[in-house]
Design a protein. Structure first.
Length: 276
């Protein structure tokens, strides 16, 4: 049985993964901003908990040191803490912009930096990052959320090659919409009337309606959790893991469109070289 370190373990995919790991007999170091939300997970001999707001970098580093001191070896680090913000770019307050990037981009980067020496020293391990199908596409009103996820994926894509020689694998989990509380926890900016009849306004009305990204989502959190856990046993580590039929279709469409746009610009691209 392995040992996992999970951030954002109190709700959603993080909680589903933690529950299944414990049911399988794995040991789990689980963190949340409110550790009391983890008290009912048990059993105590398999579960270690700590309070952690991942945007507090000093606390993050301290908890990482505690986890490795407690367990000696961590097989999988599951970086799952995250949230979304919605609004037209000019509707979003500065503090929401900064908070979104701090939580979804800077915190995973700092978590990876903190665990990396330990994974290297122990001769390997996995770093699994919850991302989104939205790391391949973007929609009106989601500019900062998409930016935060595109950003963390760019970072991880780069460091895959840095840590591979040490036996460390990285997987970016890209779910579609999943029936969790994620949509209800989305921060929605105060609207400007000028956007009411635009695509931003249309998406806003959807978010505020019955759909709000959770109730009618196709993704089953239990099956998503199983796929995340099982991916840790795949060698080599899958670079990306699309989860959900909506994720698969959306990512395929986005990549196909980008390839078509690239091909359409081939002549222009080649025309800017020095003549042979």
């Amino acid at each position: 049985m392995g040992t996992w370190f999970v951030t954002g373990a109190s709700t959603g995919i993080g909680r589903a993964v933690t529950e299944q790991l414990l049911a399988r007999g794995h040991r789990v170091a689980a963190t949340a901003r409110r550790p009391d939300t983890l008290a009912d997970l048990g059993p105590e001999h398999l579960l270690w908990t700590a309070q952690l707001d991942v945007t507090d970098t000093a606390r993050l580093r301290s908890v990482v040191e505690q986890v490795f001191a407690e367990f000696g070896r961590i097989d999988v680090v599951f970086s799952n803490a995250g949230a979304a913000a919605f609004g037209a770019a000019e509707e979003l307050p500065d503090e929401v912009i900064e908070g979104q990037l701090a939580l979804n981009t800077i915190a995973p980067i700092q978590l990876f930096r903190a665990v990396r020496p330990h994974l290297r020293a122990q001769g390997g391990g996995r770093f699994v990052q919850t991302s989104t199908m939205g790391a391949h596409l973007a929609g009106p009103g989601g500019s900062l959320y998409h930016a935060s996820k595109w950003g963390v994926e760019g970072f991880l894509e780069s460091v895959i090659g840095e840590v591979a020689p040490f036996g460390v694998g990285i997987t970016m989990v890209e779910p579609g919409t999943v029936r969790t509380g994620f949509g209800a926890a989305t921060t929605v900016a105060e609207p400007l009337d000028v956007y009411a009849s635009t695509p931003v306004g249309q998406v806003r009305r959807y978010l505020e309606g019955a759909g709000n990204l959770t109730g009618d989502a196709p993704g089953d959190p239990a099956r998503v959790a199983t796929a995340v856990i099982d991916s840790a046993d795949v060698t080599p580590a899958p670079r990306r893991l699309a989860l959900g039929s909506d994720a698969f279709e959306a990512i395929r469409a986005a990549l196909s469109t980008r390839l078509a746009e690239l091909a359409a610009g081939e002549d222009v691209a080649r025309s800017t070289d020095f003549p042979r």
